[in-house]
Design a protein around this ligand. Sequence first.
Ligand SMILES: Nc1ncnc2c1ncn2[C@@H]1O[C@H](COP(=O)(O)OP(=O)(O)OP(=O)(O)O)[C@@H](O)[C@H]1O
Ligand SMILES: [Mg+2]
Length: 498
Amino acid sequence: MSLLSVRGIVKEFPGVRALDGVDLDVEPGEVHCLLGQNGAGKSTLIKVLSGAHSPDAGELSWNGERVELGSPVDALRLGIATMYQELDLVPGLSVADNIFLGHERARFGFTRIAQAREEAARLMARLGHPGIRPSTEVGKLSAAGQQLVSMARALAHDARLLVMDEPTAALAGEEVDNLFRIVGELTADGVAVVYISHRLEELRRIGHRVTVLKDGRTVGTGLDARTTPTADLVALMAGRKVETVFGPRHDGHARPETALEVANLTRAGEFEDVSFTVHAGEVVGIAGLVGSGRSELVETIFGARKADRGTVTVRGKPLGPGVRAAVRAGIGLAPEERKSQGLLLDLPVVHNVTLASLGRYAKLGFTERARELDDAGASLRRLDLRPADPRRIVRTLSGGNQQKAVLARWLVRGCRVLLLDEPTRGVDVGARAELYRLIDELAATGVAIVLVSSEIPEVLGLSDRVLVLREGRVLADRRSAGLTETEVLDVILEGSAA
Ligand SMILES: Nc1ncnc2c1ncn2[C@@H]1O[C@H](COP(=O)(O)OP(=O)(O)OP(=O)(O)O)[C@@H](O)[C@H]1O
Ligand SMILES: [Mg+2]
């Protein structure tokens, strides 16, 4: 008898049948991976499992008994805990409050705040981050820090089934290892895990079985996560045979003229004395752990954070303070946290794409010239937006499709210097290959690109040069040709310049 059995689940939203008859069986102690392209219905399915959406048809059984999940509390009572793709933490509350919000023990068990804090500290230590204090306000943590809090919250429930929707999207190597260690401990105790990721190598590492969704239907289930050939998985996801799974490949288009020059840029506590230049047509990758100052650095170059010291020069002209000056000088930033920094969730995709600038930083109006609308449509088609309707409200798009909308904006705008912070996060294999090609094409037209990514093969494959940042300092600035993943990792982890 399966722990959880899903039969014929259907879920419709206005204009979209997100789930169209999904079947799935989850056994105790297994890591069951869900695969599928952006918009295939993975997150919608897990929202049905967590009681957040009620299905229009189909049934769920738990230990062989038919169940109805009217709300997330029902699911938690059964023993199903969920880590959502879009974090649902309360930024103004502390780490401990977020972990125990709505928790049974918050009502009955914890008589004192101190007890909740102790338990929260224990969970953060188990996750390998004793440094994240229970009293810290969640809004002050980085994206990775928040992801860890969300994980701690799921662990706090002693669930029998843990559902994780792209948990590693915001994490770098070390944190991923921690997460996988915990998944191993849980499954050894008989806890089942439903795991969603676009990174096939993760499925190989921790997965037992795989179910593939396409257009809201189960197209393959019970497949062996270790031995099923990648080509077969990709073919199931895409619904056709895909000749090659493209990796990043970059030709090298650097021109003699300098596009961006960063000199001694410093923000106390974040990064110090960072200096580098990027030529027109050059792609410079920035590698480093989460917390090494990578995002803070690109946001400072973009004028969204104020530098304590140092200068940014674009095509020989010193850049004034603020985002407007940066945008005027031709700098674009696709930020790491698309939800809080990149998108206006209640506007249609097309307006997000044609926005003159980032909503949070500079309040500019949007232009609706027909040409721009056409360009938006073209960029979105290129990135394979699904559903392919630019009039849809961004909030109703799947996570990967929201990411495509952020990227499309800067493709339309045409920048001279493009700062990309984790651009492929949550983007499926096919769209990712297209994105790699686009980055290469932009470089070929002379755009200078700074690429922050936690995936070292991606950084090495796309960049002409790699900077390694560790604790806010540049420890290496090397040509990527000939550099290996291990060499980069050595610098990231040990700090020994290779
Ligand atoms: N609240 C909503 N209202 C309208 N449509 C929605 C809503 N939530 C999801 N959808 C649509 O349902 C479909 C499935 O979305 P879902 O988020 O489940 O995809 P996914 O497989 O998780 O994709 P990704 O890999 O990008 O995260 C998409 O077409 C999406 O636009
Ligand atoms: Mg999703």
